[in-house]
Design a protein around this ligand. Structure first.
Ligand SMILES: Nc1ncnc2c1ncn2[C@@H]1O[C@H](COP(=O)(O)OP(=O)(O)OP(=O)(O)O)[C@@H](O)[C@H]1O
Ligand code: SF4
Ligand SMILES: [Mg+2]
Length: 320
């Protein structure tokens, strides 16, 4: 009998607190999940819920307060800096603002050549050929190599940022609001590009976005975060057609077009509490219309609703 393949990324109990005046900000709290090879995991939740912090932790761009991250069976959280540098090529990030991550005084070609040569000892000509190939992969052409970032539109810049992330032939990509700054018409093009590259190269992708409709298009599974904790994680069809956590339902209904989902609207009450002073027990309870006294007691564990779909809610009697 063959064993089930180990996940590409295994995150266990990851927690990150940021020092602040007063109690620390609990940006990410005890989050565990896997990403399989070639899988797209969407990450959704309101602003400040810890999406970007989680993405950075997954790549070990920042250190966890506690918890571990293993990439292809290798523990990243205890890896020495030099070994980590070699490992970096497997794990790349695409950010929201491509202009901020491109040096305005460097041609696109030089930026790509630099990215290529950072990880591979290629000669000048080979590196330039590889840069041209990368540009073609993202729908641009070799003639763009000698141009500066300002010559490109927002969508083209994001394509260049994707090309640069692909330069070291990574196996895992974190895209943090990678299309959020683009016009809606351009968003679909860039998302489709990312999806086709992800499929072509069998990349695992953590796709972070506050836009539920974009996440639905690209993801195999998605995770819903609230105040740094997972509320629900499920295959994408289950999450959108039969959400199991009250917060997921509220998020879906609050999204444009979400009112069509039928049933009574589950309106969120009040404001998100401060991540420096999250509620006891279920962190969502101060805004949950179904909260009962028990919800204040313990942090609800993630429990299985149906295969692959897990929710952190103690109430199994709800019809959502
Ligand atoms: N370097 C930092 N120092 C202090 N606090 C931070 C730092 N980075 C993030 N935070 C705080 O951690 C919490 C989570 O932030 P994070 O950026 O991960 O959220 P997010 O879900 O990505 O939000 P958005 O949708 O606005 O991008 C927030 O309260 C934020 O203010
Ligand atoms: S545990 Fe309680 S407060 Fe939390 S989502 Fe479930 S019903 Fe609402
Ligand atoms: Mg963010």
């Amino acid at each position: 009998m063959t064993e089930a393949a180990a996940p590409l990324l295994a995150v266990r109990g990851i927690t990150r607190h940021f020092a602040a005046k007063g109690p620390p900000v609990r940006a990410v709290e005890d989050v565990s999940f896997d990403i399989q090879r070639g899988e797209v995991l969407g990450v959704v939740g309101e602003s400040g819920c810890g999406k970007s912090t989680l993405g950075r932790l997954a790549l070990r761009l920042i250190e966890p307060t506690t918890g571990t991250v293993a990439f292809d069976g290798t523990e990243l959280t205890t890896m020495a800096p030099q070994a980590l540098r070699r490992f970096r090529r497997h794990m790349q990030m695409v950010f929201q603002d491509p202009f901020a991550s491109l040096n305005p005084r460097m041609t696109i070609g030089d930026a790509l050549i630099e990215a290529v040569r950072f990880h591979d000892r290629l000669g000048k000509t080979e590196a330039r050929d590889r840069a041209a190939a990368l540009l073609r992969q993202v729908g641009l052409s070799a003639e763009h190599l000698d141009r500066y970032p300002r010559a490109f539109s927002g969508g083209q810049r994001q394509r260049i940022a994707i090309a640069r992330a692909l330069a070291p032939s990574p196996r895992f990509l974190v895209a943090d609001e990678a299309v959020s700054a683009l016009d809606v018409s351009i968003q679909a093009e860039v998302v489709n590009l990312l999806k086709s590259l992800q499929e072509e190269f069998g990349l695992a992708l953590m796709f972070i976005s506050h836009d539920l409709s974009v996440v639905e298009v690209i993801s195999d599974r998605a995770m819903v975060l609230y105040l740094g904790r997972i509320m629900e994680i499920a295959p994408i069809d289950d999450l959108y057609s039969r959400p199991a956590h009250p917060y997921t339902v509220a998020l879906l209904q609050a999204a444009p077009g979400g009112g069509k989902r039928g049933g009574d609207r589950l309106l969120l009450k009040g404001e998100i509490p401060s991540p420096s002073a999250p509620p006891s027990g279920c962190v969502f309870r101060t805004r949950c219309p179904f909260a009962i006294a028990d919800c204040a007691r313990d942090v609800p564990p993630l429990t299985t609703v149906r295969p692959g779909q897990l929710k952190a809610c103690i109430r199994d009697d709800l019809t959502l």
